[in-house]
Write a protein that binds this ligand. Structure first.
Ligand code: CA
Length: 151
């Protein structure tokens, strides 16, 4: 299944550039142009990743990030920041963002970070089992079995 990404960004040009690029890579993209709409979508729909601008109308990206985490969602969040917003960046990471890119950024860099975050975190597969030959390990618990026998 294709991974879904929510882009919360008020600059229309950047929103379009990013969504075109991500769609061309096979991602399913949803868009929000301000903090309130973004938070609503982030908490009512399911995404594999959220790209979140910090400077947003109605509700800042930092607030959106904090609210997403207080809603109990572990969806990876990639912040978009400007060079002058170092403190916001730090606060955003503290409030649960996973990574950030500084504007202006290269689309290739953003794509690489998106891919890295999607690899690192799989929030919507709560029951993860690794199987390797006779070895079967439930990584959400402590059970490890070899040929069906617990070890
Ligand atoms: Ca902005």
């Amino acid at each position: 299944m294709n991974k879904s990404i929510l882009i919360i960004e008020d600059e229309e040009g950047l929103r379009m550039t990013l969504s075109d690029r991500l769609r061309s890579e096979g991602y399913v993209v949803d868009l929000a142009a301000d903090g309130l709409d973004g938070l609503k979508k982030a908490t009512s729909l399911t995404f594999d990743l959220i790209v979140l601008d910090i400077m947003l109308p109605h509700r800042s990206g930092v607030d959106v990030c904090r609210d997403i985490r207080s809603a109990g969602l572990a969806t990876p969040i990639l912040l978009l920041t400007a060079r002058s917003q170092i403190s916001d960046k730090v606060v955003g990471l503290k409030f649960g963002a996973d990574d950030y890119v500084t504007k202006p950024f290269d689309t290739l860099e953003l794509m690489a970070r998106v891919e890295a975050l999607l690899r690192r975190r799989q929030p919507y597969s709560p029951h993860r089992v690794i199987e390797l030959g006779p070895l079967r390990m439930d990584v959400t618990g402590t059970e490890v079995t070899v040929d069906g026998k617990e070890v």
